[in-house]
Every structure is written in C-alpha cells, then in structure tokens.
Design a protein around this ligand. Sequence first.
Ligand SMILES: NC(=O)C1=CN([C@@H]2O[C@H](COP(=O)(O)OP(=O)(O)OC[C@H]3O[C@@H](n4cnc5c(N)ncnc54)[C@H](OP(=O)(O)O)[C@@H]3O)[C@@H](O)[C@H]2O)C=CC1
Ligand SMILES: N[C@@H](CC=O)C(=O)O
Length: 425
Amino acid sequence: MTLLIGLLGCGTVGSGVVELVERRADKIAQMTGLRPSIAKILVRNKEKARPSSIDPAKLTTDPKDILDDPKISLVIETIGGIEPAREFILAALKAGKHVVTANKDLIALHGPEILETAERNQVDILYEAAVGGAIPLVRPLKESLASSDITDLKGIINGTTNYILSKMTDAGLSFDEALSEAQRLGYAESDPSSDVDGLDAARKLAILSSIAFASIVELSDVRVQGIRNVTAADVRFADQLGYVIKLLAVGKDRDGRLSLEVRPSLVPKSHPLAHVSESYNALYVRGDAAGDLMFFGQGAGSMPTASAVVGDVIEALRNIQLGVSGHSQNLIGTQKTAEASKDLTPYYMRLSAEDQPGVFAEIAKVFGETEVSMSNVLQTPTRLGHADIVVVTHNASAQHMDITVKRLQELRHVSVIHTVMPVES
Ligand SMILES: NC(=O)C1=CN([C@@H]2O[C@H](COP(=O)(O)OP(=O)(O)OC[C@H]3O[C@@H](n4cnc5c(N)ncnc54)[C@H](OP(=O)(O)O)[C@@H]3O)[C@@H](O)[C@H]2O)C=CC1
Ligand SMILES: N[C@@H](CC=O)C(=O)O
C-alpha cells in the first residue's frame, strides 16, 4: 500500500529527502508494508532551479494543497525558522497527519506546544534530524539510554562552526572564507549568525538536555557564546600551547540542578573531540548505568540530514502499521533549576597591552589579587609598542575570571581583552 507524504520546503534538506525516499521506497515498503511516496512539495518559488530528482509537477506554493489533502497522511517539514513552520506543523497535527521535522528552532522554542498537540491528536511528531544531522541522538537518549540517569552531555553539535574552526586551523582560511564555503556546502542556516553566534548549538543543547535530563528546558537556560571573537591569532596561540579551538556544548545535571553552556573552548590535541573536524559532530554522554558513550558522524548537509529525516519517516510508518502512533512524544512534566556551572576549570585569555616595562607586572598583580593563578604565559609583539599577551590559568571559577577581566579592563596599559575561553583537560 502507498502512503502519501507532503513535503514542506525543498532546499538543502528537502531535496535530499526527495532523493532518499525515492531511492529507498522499495526497501521501506519491504520493512514496513507501506510504500512512501512524496505527492506534493511546498516551496516559496516554483521557478527556482532544482535538482533533476524534483518533479516540477509536484511543486506548489499553496500550503493547503498539502495540509487540506486528506489523502496525505504524513508531512515532512524542512522549511526552517518559526513561522510559518509552526503554523503548518500545528495544522498538520490537528488534521491527524504525522509530522517529521528537522527544525530545531521550533522544537527548542515551541516543543511542549507541538508535542502536546501531537499527543492530543494521536499522531507522531519526530525530530531526530533537528540535532546532529545523521547521528542518532534523540532516539538513543529517549529509548536506549532511558535506563540510566544521564549526568553529562558534552560535544560539538554545530557543523558550520566546526567547519569554520577546522578550516582556520588546518587550511589557514580566514573566518569569512570558511563561512562562505560552509554556506556553499549547505551546512549553514539561512541566517548564518545562528551558527556563528552559538544559537543553533544552544537550541540543539536545549533539545538534547530536555530529553537526557528529563526536564523542561527553556532556551534562555543555555548560556551562549559564539565564535565571532575567535581570530587567527587565537588559533595560532592555541596551536603553540598544544590545543585546538572547538565550539563545545556542555550540559550537566548535578542532583537536579542543570548547567547548560555553549562556548568556544581549547581542547588538547590528544583529546578525541580535537579530531572531530569539518562538518562532523560528536557528543559524549555519561549515564550512571551506561557509563561513557560517544556518538560521532556528519552533523549537517543534505544527505546526512535526509538520512535522519527518512529514518523518522520509517518509524512513523511502523507505528502506523502497529497502531501505536502518538506514543513517541515523551512529554516531560518537571522543570529543573538551571544555573551557572560552579565547576573549576583552567582558562585561556588573550589581551593586547602596551609593550613596556612594568605592564606585565601590573597584569600579574591583578591575577594575584583576584586569586586566579597563572600556569602559562605567551607574548608576541603586534603593532608598534604593543603586544598580544596570552595567559593560561590554573583551575579557576567563572566568577573569579569575570572579576579578573573587569579589573584588567581598568588598567591604563591594557587596550583590549580579546578572548576568554575555558580549557578542557
Ligand atoms: N542544512 C543542514 O545541514 C541542516 C538543516 N537542518 C534544518 O532543516 C531545515 C531546512 O534547512 P535547509 O534545507 O538547509 O534550508 P533551505 O533554506 O535550503 O531550504 C528551505 C526550503 O523551504 C522553502 N521555504 C522557506 N520559506 C517558505 C515559506 N514561507 N513557504 C514555503 N516554502 C518556504 C524554501 O523554498 P524555495 O526553495 O522556493 O526558496 C526552501 O525550499 C531548517 O530547520 C534547518 O535548521 C537540520 C539539520 C541540518
Ligand atoms: N546549521 C546547522 C545545520 C545542522 O543542524 C549546523 O551547521 O550544524
């Protein structure tokens, strides 16, 4: 039997979905007893050039052609953003259609509303592709690891920034060159500042944390710092010190208190995360019974993301056949407190100061007075009479580092503090 699908959006991800559904239709029919067929595809502009796998006759600019068609039982949303994606998904769920989406913006911000609507209407809402591209993360956390209390999540969950940092480190590309390349390859969001400023990773961390830590997680619970301040100079200093720079997402549950952060960090070259390059993502998970696990794979791009979308389609078809649709939602009732991490860690700081006798002594004095101990110092002359000074500290708290930064900014000979990043061990 054929099951008709409506596809909302046919860009990087949507076009990959069309190709993969066609390629796998026979296999999926064997696996599930239902043959998926994409009947209609919603786009903004029907005249735009599309891959040859897209049948122009299926294109429409009217969402009603999908949402009001009773023959369409499943909707795949790959438009992105909040509206009109939210409106379309809610309408599809209310019309009794199952929904598969790759939209992390929407799930991170309106997850409870969407999951409740699906539950009420006894249909599936599946969003594996929203986090980590091809890597199965949502389902393992929801199902396979449900027997463990998860205490830690740590990883690289944005392909674009990882691509940019890898290319700045390994190929000497400038930030702008690397970003343009990531856009050309289809990794970046339509507004790439979501990637660069860490928001995309924050949305993904909120989604993962809500499942792993069994809590409602608001996006505002995640402290976010992107990679805009990371320059070629930081990449070079990090290299000299034996590190690479990565945008890490870190979530912890300490006895019901959550700390959630996205921030650029120095990772030792020997650390497994240091070898996760280009658009690859990786996530460490620590659970009390399961121990430590690491998930790794392609975190962005057309086919890797389509692979997760079509995996969800197959689950929805199986659920339809078994008559168990609408039970995949895992609604979470409680909300744990989120606060800044109190863990101590070494920090990397780069600042510019006048290059004259006594200046470094003044800087060192501030570190002494704020009780942040230095473990390593590098200095390079930059422009006439100025120098870049890099300090790596021993373990310090974020609060002590904030005070140190404030005090240093008051020094007459310090012109600017460029970057402050935690250092992983
Ligand atoms: N790119 C990636 O690697 C990944 C993306 N995602 C997520 O997948 C989703 C899609 O991303 P991506 O494929 O890169 O995005 P694209 O910008 O490449 O594609 C968006 C598609 O949606 C259509 N569209 C946009 N607005 C409307 C509208 N108002 N009405 C009808 N159609 C509309 C566009 O139509 P038209 O073609 O006519 O312009 C286009 O086909 C996003 O939620 C993204 O975050 C998730 C994981 C990885
Ligand atoms: N822009 C995102 C796409 C996948 O989620 C990324 O770069 O990771």
